[in-house]
Design a protein around this ligand. Sequence first.
Ligand code: FES
Ligand code: FES
Length: 895
Amino acid sequence: MSTMTINGQSEPLPDDADALLVDVIRDRLGLTGTKLVCGSGVCGACTVLLDGEPVASCLLPALMAAGKSVTTIEGLGHEKLHPVQKAFMAHDGLQCGFCTPGFIVEAAAFCDHWRAAKGTAVPSRDDIAAALSGHLCRCGAYEGIFRAVADACAGRFDAGDVRAPRIEARDKVTGAARYTVDIRHDGQLEGVILRSSVAHAKITGLDLEPARAIAGVVAVVSLLGDDRVVRYVGAPIAAVAATNRSTALEAIAAIGVRREELPAVIGLDAARLPEAPVVFEKAARKYAGNVSEGGSSPAAWNGNVRGPTAAFSQGAKRARAWLSEAREARNPLLVDATFRVSTQSHACLEPHAAVARFDGDRLTVHVSTQAVYEVMEKIAKRYRLGHDKVRVIADHVGGGFGSKGSLGVETIAAIELARAAKAPVRVAFDREEELSVTGYRPAAEIKVAMLPSAEGNLKALSLTAHADTGAATSSTIAALARLIYPAEAKELADFDVISNLPPGAPFRGPGGPPMAFALEQAIDEAALRMRLDPIALRKRWDGDPNRQRLYEWAEGLEVWRNRKQAAAQSGRFRRGVGVASGYWLYLWQPGSSITLAIKGGRIVASTAAQDIGTGTRSVIANTVATEFGLEPKDVEVRIGDSNLPEGPGSGGSRVTASIVPPTLAAIAKLKAAIEKSAPRTPAAGSNAPWRELIATAPDLAVSAERPKDNRPAPGISSPLRQAGFMGMVFGWMMRTFNNIVVGAGVPSSVQVMEVEVDTLLGHVRVLNAFTGLAIGRLAAPQLAHSQAVGSVIQGIGYALYEARETDVRTGHVLSSGMDDYRIPGIADMPRCEVHFDEQGFDHVPGGGVGIGEVATIPTSPAIANAVRNAIGVRMTEIPIRPDRLIAALKGRAAA
Ligand code: FES
Ligand code: FES
């Protein structure tokens, strides 16, 4: 039998020539720091050192390691942390942490080679980007990674320990952080889902017995809905649990499926045709998914087109009449354009996964989820169990971006299989499932008409959005245009176009990026026609006090002051600068609670929230530490467990605003309790009185629930008030059906982008990104910075690269591997400057709100406006692919 030395220990290798090194490392040796993401050598998450050189262990047959030395992330940091690990911690070169082990292993090898050859010389950004170009981070932690690798190479982390702004950073840089896919119980089975291979069919027969007959198969269950209809390729049909994945895969292939194929229709254009086959007949509409974070407003259906939902219109008839008059009169100020945005996949690096286990009548489910508490409630309801019988755990979550907010089929399948098998079962999606059936930001066609008045005000605005929602409804794109740029009249209409594609899902600021891509380009176009500076026009038309301050900041940027007139350049490479605005609602979740306890002389904070990379632990630790004069590491934060006090879901940027206020309330109670029970008062003149009191306090605990906000300052109100009666109705619905309050004040962003366009090859490169954010006071400043930069790079992906491709004949998703679905890499990261404006939310206890959504909304239009500034051509469709740009340039030349 062959052996390898792994992290200094000799281990046998399987004789199986097909066994991959990554599987041996993770499954046989339990070294789960090494991650499996793409399985095709694209993302670098599985990187280990083989005789000191980085290799992708997902591509390497395990027997190739025979007689060699393998180092995984666990081995790298075993004795003492490598300087690269410390540097990643200090510079926050991580968010969810799922890509981090792979990055660190590669960066450590680079750093060691660099140091051997060049001493402490500092590598350039290009050197670092080249070294790490085989790695992908969906959270976009690239800016911190650049700084970390440069400083580690320069020897700045050779000695001493390190202060990390993210309190769980050490676990993430050493591979100790455990994600759902890493959970392994004794006797755990592997679950796999049989999915539909056709886009629309009625399943008339399902024979599970052949699968049950296969040795190693323990349970087989049906996942069909009552109507037994599958409406997209990849719809779940059945699931199998077996002793290993290959047996489970063999078993699902053995299941007998008889089906009656039904006519199918794929995509936005085909589904709108009057003769298109209907996806959801009236009785079946309840099976449709939901692409928004709020509830679903009632709307008419016409075949596959649902809508309009137009409750946020204001004087729609007037708007229509004025716009058509302007068209007839060929009013030169009228902006009339159609924009198209592509489908964006969440592409979380940790796939959707669940591990279910029954202990008697108690069910424990590890889920990669954005909402531990809510998923516990949904499981309890679905299976008619008491809350005390269900426990949902998500210690670490490898990204979500909106796609992991509900009770998913991976969790249902794991539970059903575990119940049938009477054994723990793990269901973890493979990359094809992850990029096909876990949701996406829908593509959309958005028609905009914008009419400035002769006096220079915004007279009329019309937005009509048709969203390509697949087997889902409730897109909200046009409606979001109500809460920015007030006009005399607005007509805002949203339509869902349903087809036999997998359902879309909420994605970071649902509806915001497509709305901004269209609206912010229309504003830019209006400014050109009115011969006004685009920021000056926004200042005139947009009265929001938060954005007014951001406009002042943006106007002062050197890159803005020095920008050239539109299309003033010639030559192959042309630079341009563009601006765009964005906003999101300030949301918080009533009932969010926290318990603060003293245990053994240490503060322990507990809440059933989760951390999907956004820094929940650090926000809580910082808040507590600041009030008690401690270091954040002195506070133990327990989250990710539904047995803890009810916490908020991570969606709609609501965690910070939901959890900081009760934390502050609990701190006040804890201080009183400590003082009351203190055996003695602190020494006179103590510079750490609370530290002394806490160290000697008996064990005790206090809890607090999210209090209401204070009265906001004059001029700050709920944006829904500005939207009139329907705004109030929307607010009531959010509160009643979603347990979410829309608060006063508007989280806002203004971004300025500088791009370089290669007019020969059609490439666009973002050189510099300036992002201004008004989200109030920052609970964890460095992590807020990381999120801001990560949002920008995700927006760059949306603007320039990302597009899901489908086969319009069959409904198969073609871009189902990470080699086909292009997300930004480290070399795509521009230099990024972040400006935080910390005013505007003093009425919120703690003074701050969330950042995740608002920071990504203006990126794509700011880039498109910069491209327009560079080449004089407006790109109306994203991603701005080279072929589209060249075609647009040629169209202009031809005209
Ligand atoms: S998992 Fe091996 S490179 Fe992506
Ligand atoms: S930190 Fe890189 S994928 Fe999340």
